[in-house]
Design a protein around this ligand. Sequence first.
Ligand code: OXT
Ligand code: ADP
Ligand code: MG
Length: 569
Amino acid sequence: MNYITENPNAALTDGMHLLVDALKINGVEAIYGVVGIPVTDLARYAQKAGIRYIGFRHEQSAGHAAAISGYLTKKPGICLTVSAPGFLNGLTALTEATINGFPMIQISGSSDRNIIDLQQGDYEGLDQMNVAKPFVKAAYRINRPQDIAIGVARAIRAALSGRPGGVYLDITTAMLSTTMDVHEAQASLFTPVDPIPVQIPCSTAVKRALKLLSGATKPLVIIGKGAAYSQAEGQLKEFIEKTGIPFLPMSMAKGVLPDDHPQCAASARSLVLGQADVVMLVGARLNWLLNHGKGKKWNPNAKFIQLDVCAEEMDSNRPIEAPVVGSICASLDMILCKMEPFNIRCGEAWMKSINAVKQANAEKMQQKLNTPTEPMNYFNSLKAVSEVLQDYKDIYLVNEGANALDNTRNIVNMYHPRLRLDTGTWGVMGVGMGYSIGAAVTGGKQVLAVEGDSAFGFSGMEIETICRYRLPITVLVLNNGGIYRGDEKGQGQNGDPAPTMLMPEARYDRLIEAFGGMAFHVTTPEELKEALSAALASKSPALINCVIDPSVGLESGHIGNLNPHSTVK
Ligand code: OXT
Ligand code: ADP
Ligand code: MG
């Protein structure tokens, strides 16, 4: 329902109502934010107009919720913030969305331009648009209500087209209260046509890639979260199964094809990176997560094919022998269509050597999973989690921490696309509750968030948000009492705890009790299984405090080599 239908006799509307109408006709279903001057009424009007408003305790979590909603739906997630401090609180998430390639729009109220520009000390005064610019894909300001429709359309296009990303949309207090003729206002509204234009790759580029692949003896496909975002699972399945080529999923791409697929090489990672002679990247960048495509992890003679919508990504870290610039689905469609004459078929010997390593690593892993310890460690606790999840293969798994992240990624298999939501390209802590809330609201499925105790602390107050909206989210805090581990002794003279220390005896379960959610405190795998089963069956807010041995975590998890004084480079 828009302003005219709701107020048939009104001659005028204003910026605030018109913005709600513009969001509504552009299909915005939810806004994630924190209200205050000057956007409180905006949230009220949006709610009244049928847009779901989810109010958070901190803008960063609201931003993460919007970002993940964008990733899951290919529609920009919307975050609403107040001026200056609220804007800045949301900016980390907006930047994170840009780095990850998730479409998101942060709409922020801003104070009086005349006072800000002369630095005369306005209430929450900050030159927000210019502050945002270096961190986002695009930043726009709407100064007049008659520009709202265009401003929103520009924000949507910028967020969605090419490589998706974060867009900042500045709305001034003055604009929100400026009136205009209601009929002219309604007539200005529109929805942008084809905001994600399909980019068809050049057929020469596709043939070049197929020729390279046809000469490979040890081919490898690396599937990244760009492929997950593109919803390319159908084409990828066909390509992988027709060619017999092994695939390595990046963290958030786990489940694009199921982890138990016979061609999945996740548990033979070092082998495939070290030996593959032709590597086809599908929506994955050669950034730090792939050692920039060089160094001792990689076969120095490997040649690369890269499928990406972003032309300047090619050669960003090393030469790409066969760049295929285009939308992933369109590129894979063309590859499937043109591949027959190239007769691409992965040799048996390559798959056999991969299978041998997979089996050896699986046996090593089984041994760790099956070794009981007291207190629990990451392996026996996550084995319990993985067993319970066999009955919940279709729920979101949000995951952050260091050891809590790396071990969950390797122990808990994913079976469906876009269900694993984690720290992503930046390795950032604090996404946990925002992602959980955004996924639950957007996807309508229940969520399990597996959190390190430090990671949880970054957004823990959103437990109240989860309880307020009665969302089906279970938070499992793997509590080892610290960042990486919880047994370090402080080295100062005054008895202060070590920099990595948190409180090992902390009872995170008591937090959720304060808001009426289900609380569990567990110390054995059996208790964990029971608690997790009950929590997931309830489909209501729950938190499990799971006591992990403080001495078992690795410094920085699997990326300890990145520490300046690490000896494992
Ligand atoms: O082939 P090989 O032999 O090599 O074996 C590999 C696989 O084949 C094999 N494997 C398997 N074997 C058997 N079975 C299965 N299923 C299987 N699967 C795999 O296992 C090995 C390893 O495989 P993997 O993991 O795939 O490979 P590898 O080499 O590890 O992969 C490399 C990476 C880089 C791709 C991968 O590790 C990865 O994706 N890593 C992401 C790392 C990351 O982003 N970490 C988060 C950041 S850490 C740090 O920065 C933290 N901070 C600082 C901070 C941050 N981040 N943000 C902000 C805002 N402020 C501060 C903080 C505060 S973490 C952190 C909190 C930590 O404390 P918590 O309490 O929260 O957490 P705990 O650590 O639990 O205490
Ligand atoms: P991962 O961390 O899983 O390796 P990255 O975020 O590094 O994945 O890479 C994702 C890549 O996917 C980005 O380079 C981005 O440009 C690309 N991408 C995203 N959406 C599409 C799309 N629809 N078509 C083609 N490429 C895409
Ligand atoms: Mg910890």
